[in-house]
Design a protein. Structure first.
Length: 174
């Protein structure tokens, strides 16, 4: 396993609140490349979320030696369009091998990022990772997931019905 010195996207979003469209584009480009490699191995990650995308800053090894507080301050101050970084998919504990021409039926993953097919206990495929990628994109741009509720049944209903709103001043062009 490779060491990543820059924490994860959940920590980055926690200190930044929102990222720019350009920053999100740079991150997602790397995540999509990683997903393509996973899918070529006939795997589904099934738990794509911000906390499972690690950041590495190879030109800034000192980041790995920083305290948690100093690292958060550093992450809050950087512009990802002006610094070299790597975004790497982690935590394959819920991943599975997708047998050819079949779909999975087990429910797993984080509900905020789960696709309607997964939640309805219907067969699903690598498309659950694509759904979660879209949730991550929205979250990075808006600072919150599109679907949220304190009640699990209400959350599942919102996801299944696709009930959400986009609050942005700028047109989204990621």
């Amino acid at each position: 396993m490779e060491y990543c010195n820059g924490s994860d996207l959940a920590v980055l979003l926690g200190v930044r609140k929102q990222l720019t469209q350009r920053e999100v584009s740079l991150i997602l480009r790397q995540v999509v490349k990683g997903l393509i490699e996973i899918w070529q191995l006939h795997m589904i990650h099934r738990d794509m979320k911000l906390a499972n995308i690690l950041l590495n800053f190879p030109d800034n090894p000192e980041v790995g030696q920083m305290s948690r507080i100093d690292k958060k301050k550093w992450l809050a101050s950087i512009d990802l369009t002006k610094i070299r970084f790597e975004a790497k998919i982690s935590d394959f504990g819920l991943s599975t091998i997708l047998e050819s021409s079949t779909s999975q039926l087990s429910i797993c993953g984080t509900p905020l990022y789960s696709s309607p097919q997964l939640l309805k206990k219907r067969g699903y495929s690598y498309k659950v990772d694509i759904w979660a990628l879209g949730i991550m994109c929205y979250e990075l741009l808006m600072g919150q997931t599109p679907f949220h509720s304190f009640e699990m049944n209400e959350l599942l209903d919102k996801i299944n019905k696709g009930i959400y709103t986009v609050h942005t001043k700028d047109p989204v062009s990621v």
